[in-house]
Write a protein that binds this ligand. Structure first.
Ligand SMILES: C[S@@+](CC[C@H](N)C(=O)[O-])C[C@H]1O[C@@H](n2cnc3c(N)ncnc32)[C@H](O)[C@@H]1O
Length: 293
């Protein structure tokens, strides 16, 4: 393997690891066990170990979620044979270190590699990191290419999404009482960075609500700004202090544009207020990005 192939191989492996694809059969085994439990079926040793044969459809569905970050619903079967979704698994047993899927990880990779290649100066930030997977990926890419003069900023409340206060967010209460899975402590996140061997002084944590942390954060310039706070408020609270710091030629990635209407509205309002006409590029059904000209 030559010198340029090794970093790419590492980045591919990192991606698969972050979305829990390497041991995907074990994820299928967990889901299979839940399904047996839900439907009052015995858990059979042969089925458990021959999961590929037994749960071919589930494995294919899981493979798809690894790409897209979508959820899988487990079905509950009634005695009459009818079925209904019983558990939305993405939020019940979300087993990955990032929920964004490989397509969006590839988009992060594209933005960072382009910024490095084109000499676009600045750090990388994600606002809304959950378990930290996307930031671990950013740090891993810097490591792979031997970049030592850029920092990954990881901004989060580490208490989940705020309770909505704005009218634009009125229909989107995903705060910790509603979706506790989104509240991950800073210690848990740091422990995951350690597992990947990527916790060092090129990773900086900004703990607190964006409105309190981002204005005063000692960030000089950004090559990549990744927004993943779901709400109108969280998107605005990140864009207002940080957009001016994105270098010309840098990237703004919006994870929730296609999936959270309040986030889309915040982007539209911000772009129209600031006369931003840089073209929005589609990453997948959820995510868009633009390059600042
Ligand atoms: C959808 S998750 C992020 C997923 C993550 N990017 C990944 O790779 O899996 C949203 C995160 O945003 C954080 N968050 C949302 N609004 C926030 C705000 N206003 N201030 C601080 N954190 C916020 C939540 O705590 C949560 O961790």
């Amino acid at each position: 393997m030559n010198n340029t192939a090794l970093p790419r191989q590492y980045i591919e492996l990192l991606k698969k690891s972050l979305v829990n694809e390497l041991y995907i059969e074990n994820e299928a085994r967990i889901l299979h066990s839940f399904r047996c439990m839900l439907n009052g079926l015995p858990l059979n040793y042969w089925n458990f170990f021959n999961i590929k044969k037994v749960e071919d459809h589930l494995l294919k569905a899981l493979q798809d979620t690894k790409l897209t970050g979508a959820s899988v619903a487990l079905l509950h079967f009634a005695p009459d044979g009818s079925s209904r979704p019983a558990i939305e698994l993405r939020n019940f047993t979300e087993l990955s270190h990032s929920m964004i899927g490989k397509r969006r990880l590839e988009n992060i990779q594209f933005c960072i590699e382009t910024a490095l290649r084109d000499g676009i100066k600045g750090d990388l930030i994600e606002t809304g990191i959950w378990r930290g997977g996307a930031c671990i990926f950013m740090r891993g890419i810097l490591m792979a290419y031997g970049v030592t003069d850029r920092v990954v900023w990881a901004a989060d409340s580490f208490e989940g999404v705020p309770v909505p206060t704005l009218k634009e967010d009125a229909d989107l209460d995903i705060s910790r009482n509603v979706l506790p899975v989104l509240a991950v402590s800073i210690d848990e996140v740091k422990e995951l960075f350690v597992r990947y061997g990527l916790l060092d002084d090129q990773v900086k944590f900004l703990k607190g609500w964006f409105k309190d942390t981002l204005h005063s954060a000692p960030i000089e310039q950004l090559a990549v700004l990744r927004l993943d706070g779901d709400l109108y408020e969280s998107t605005m609270d990140a864009l207002i202090p940080l957009y001016g710091k994105v270098a010309k030629g840098g990237f703004v990635i919006v994870d929730d544009y296609g999936s959270c209407p309040p986030c889309k509205l915040a982007i539209e309002d911000f772009r129209s207020k600031h006369g931003i006409t840089d073209e929005l590029q589609l990453v997948d059904a959820h995510c868009v990005y633009w390059r600042k000209t």
